[in-house]
Design a protein around this ligand. Sequence first.
Ligand code: ATP
Ligand code: MG
Length: 388
Amino acid sequence: MERVLSISFGEIALKGKNRKYFEDKLISRIKKAIEGTDYKRIYKEQGKIYIESLEDDIAPVIARLRKVFGIVYISPCIRVEKDMEEIEKAVIKIMEEKKAKATVNTFKVKTNRVDKNFPMKSPDISRKMGGVILKNIDGIRVDLHNPDTYLFIDIKQKVYVYTDRVEGYGGLPVGTNGRGLLLLSGGIDSPVAGFLMAKRGLEISGIHFHSYPFTSERAEEKVKELARILTSYTGRMKLYSVNILEIQKEISAKCPEDEMTILSRRFMMRIAEKVAQRENIDVLITGESLGQVASQTVQGLTVTNAAVDMPILRPLVGLDKAEIIEIAKDIETYETSILPYDDCCTLFLPKHPVTKPILADIERSEGNIAIDLLVNRALENMKVYDID
Ligand code: ATP
Ligand code: MG
């Protein structure tokens, strides 16, 4: 009788020829996530991944695994040989444990006979093990329609018995879908955008723009902390930190006040694109959401796009603020995001920003400033942090 964790992965099982690639990536992500914990072996068996021999308190291990994208659910199992007596013992033990930690008055057994050579059919196994439970556990009944708990039995090369399915986020393992550079402000939206794209398999790096000494060091610390929280999902990430105070001063001195936001956003895109090209990153990611603020109109987003050739992914584009906040709370970036340190954009904030910028006008304004020079200077002073 051995304790193992079973890991189910949904979407990646559908990937045909790529399946092995995705599974191997998932396994390497799992290994990283549980690094330093006491496990003996990870193996695949017919559509699931199993982790063998874990420490007694597996709750922290499960908490880490929940954050590995690609995992649909995780189950603590007892593994036994294909032997009826062994299976019975495992069934009783798992059920006793379940009863000790939750109110369980009713149950239903579900058997999945993957090994078709096993002599007994699934419904017969379920019926037999149901009987075993009724005989050995006090005060419990069968309810086939709405049981308090299921008891699962998977018959494979070995037999796995379990009751719980701890949900993961699903998605695809980080690193299976190219690389993205996340424009990470200190706000609520951009960390959520990074989370959602990482969940689709993008490997994420971050870039942050600040206006030190007009913005504080604590504002930068806050962004580092947000990046650190994201790494619990994405694994280690690089964070680029760029001072754009000089650029903002230049815009403020030479361009119409109401274009400040859109002009600085275009500079952010240019700088981000340069960094991305240098680092072999394929796309930019922002936390923009259609209509959320004056700069995020269709025209605003179009003029922002026009500053660069690289595609910009905006996973929040169709979400409401309330929906974004819900995700931010769930992924635990919210509390950090709402800390009150100033972001560089609040400094030169125009009273009435243009809501429908026209590209030709914006480009005319930019004619007054030495774009390449300013971009290069900002890049020269860029700092890089390794967040883990
Ligand atoms: P957030 O909550 O992510 O700050 P927001 O609703 O405040 O978003 P804006 O400030 O208009 O919206 O920024 C839109 C997007 O532009 C952000 O989601 C982020 O991707 C990017 N961005 C804005 N400011 C910065 C910054 N200082 N550094 C890096 N990226 C930024
Ligand atoms: Mg912001």
